[in-house]
Design a protein around this ligand. Structure first.
Ligand code: CA
Length: 516
């Protein structure tokens, strides 16, 4: 080779970006396993401290000990469908058009993170609870429960084809998820959204978990017999108490209809003698509420046991296949849930137990094992996080912020110090009035804007962590109140919240538009 040839070769190597790129290993796009449950309270995950010692969740705790636990992950609208639409779009309800579970339908033509990741070369799948009414878009594979789905022998929809399964829903969703992982194209990164029905009402555990607690009497929350003094008409007139709202079906005083004869036999063998003893006791007043609370805890926590087992199976598979090191595992729920606090079950409120959702993230090599984050984060940030992790630009229209810096242990100095919340489903199940508000690390300013009877509340979480007494209008809080009012107005402007509520949010009889 003469000098000219050497020069030519050298110039090709130095100046040809293709030749250079071939020599530089491309950063490997991480896989994403998003495990999402329905109505899972952080109070029922042992990694969250478990003050009432409700149960141990060893597999969920594996995500926390191997990664980061977020202690203040807030949802913008604490109810199933809207929360799911937020996860998909990185937007608030008013921006993605899914306001409530009663008359909203997800517009599947909008930009979602699975679509963007699919374009970037990912294989995408959603398996389990979907609850967005329209069919999924942006997925290579989907198999979903229709609507809320059933716990036993659930019908499902397999890419448009109705299909019936035998067995328990959490196990079925787990098996389908593992089957999809086994059959995937191993040359491509993947996103798997494994979405459980459990532990949603009516809290039907797997047969193997009946009696898991050996008839334990559970520690009660301090506010089980809350009288709602110190708060307004919305709290006083809701319909979500253990005392009054729970049905015979909720309490397993009737056997679910969807069981096979064999399943029914096992079910009745557990519940029938206990129900008989209950009827004979003729409980009343607080004793009756206590019985209901303990039955609720047995059933709800029994459902969590199957979710925890499912998480263990998925983590084991990733370990066994050598995928764990390059896979982000996220566990979250569509919102928090009341486990008897304020006498309630269900969610919907801006108050802590429903506003805060669990968020555990394991990202080996990026996130320090066993770390804890107390910043204000949200499921409006999930889409942005997945996109940044995959090296895909985040569209400007998305309203959250990527959590990647936080997962690296570096919260940016300009990270949000306040969070906007807005609940719309009223009139509706559980009669929680529409409200919006601003949340900071210490305070909450809330406006219940239904008229007549609109009112404001202000809570100081430092002195009143259970949110029992509104201090709105108290002179000593005047400065804080004014600052929060200004912050609330700023957030509503920044997020472009329509005022009044748009017609799409109206449920039932058309109502007179009132400024909100
Ligand atoms: Ca839910």
């Amino acid at each position: 080779m003469n000098a000219r040839c050497w020069l030519l070769l050298l110039s090709l190597l130095v100046f040809n970006p293709v030749a250079l790129a071939a020599d530089t290993p491309k950063p490997k796009q991480p896989n994403i396993v998003f495990i999402f449950s329905d109505d899972h309270a952080y109070q029922a995950i042992s990694a969250y401290g478990n003050p009432r010692k409700l149960l141990d969740t060893p597999n969920l705790d594996r995500i926390a000990t191997g990664g980061m636990r977020f202690d203040r992950c807030l949802v913008p609208n604490s109810i199933c469908g809207p929360s799911r639409a937020t996860v998909m779009t990185g937007k608030y309800s008013h921006a993605n058009g899914f306001y409530n579970n009663t008359n909203s339908k997800f517009d599947g033509s909008q930009v979602t993170f699975p679509k963007l990741l699919q374009k970037a070369g990912y294989q995408t799948a959603v398996i389990g609870k979907w609850h967005l009414v329209s069919e999924p878009t942006g997925f290579n594979y989907w198999q979903i429960l229709p609507g809320q789905g059933a716990y036993y022998n659930p019908p499902m929809n397999d890419n448009g084809k109705p299909i019936k399964h035998a067995g328990y829903v959490t196990d079925i969703i787990t098996d389908l998820s593992l089957d999809w992982l086994k059959g995937r194209d191993k040359n491509k990164p993947f996103v798997l959204m494994c979405q459980h029905k459990a532990p949603h009402r009516e809290w039907e555990p797997a047969l193997r978990h009946l009696g898991h607690d050996k008839d334990r009497k559970y520690p009660e929350p301090e506010t089980l017999f809350d009288d709602y003094a110190g708060r307004g008409v919305a709290e006083q007139k809701q319909d979500m108490t253990i005392a009054k709202t729970m049905t015979q079906r909720d309490l397993k005083l009737v056997t679910p209809g969807a069981l096979t004869a064999e399943q029914k036999k096992e079910w009745d063998a557990y519940y029938e003698p206990r129900n008989k003893a209950f009827q004979e006791m003729k409980l009343e007043g607080k004793d009756l509420v206590r019985w209901k609370y303990n039955r609720y805890m047995h059933d709800y926590l029994g459902c969590i046991k199957s979710v925890d087992e499912s998480v263990g199976k998925v983590l084991d598979y990733l370990d066994k296949e050598g995928l764990a090191d390059n896979t982000i595992v996220v566990y979250s729920s569509d919102q928090g849930f009341y486990l008897g606090e304020h006498g309630w079950f269900d969610k919907r409120w801006i108050f802590e137990e429903s506003l805060r959702t669990p968020l555990l993230v394991k990202w080996p090599g990026i996130t320090k094992p066993g770390s804890v984050n107390a910043d204000l984060v949200s499921n409006v940030d999930f889409a942005e996080t997945f996109l940044e992790a995959a090296g895909v630009p985040v569209p400007a229209e998305m309203q959250g912020k990527s959590l990647v810096p936080l997962l690296k242990g570096n919260t940016p100095a300009d990270w949000r110090k306040s969070f906007y919340y807005h609940y719309y489903e009223y009139p509706g199940p559980h009669a929680v009035r529409r409200h919006y508000g601003v949340v900071t690390d210490r305070y909450k300013l809330i406006r219940f804007y239904e008229t007549p009877g609109d009112y404001w509340e202000l809570f100081d979480l430092k002195t009143d962590p259970q949110e029992l007494t509104s201090v709105y209008g108290k002179p000593e809080f005047a400065k804080v109140q004014k600052e929060l009012e200004e912050e609330l107005a700023r957030l509503r402007k920044e997020l472009k919240v329509p005022d009044p509520d748009p017609a799409e949010t109206v449920i039932g009889q058309p109502k007179k538009k009132t400024p909100n």
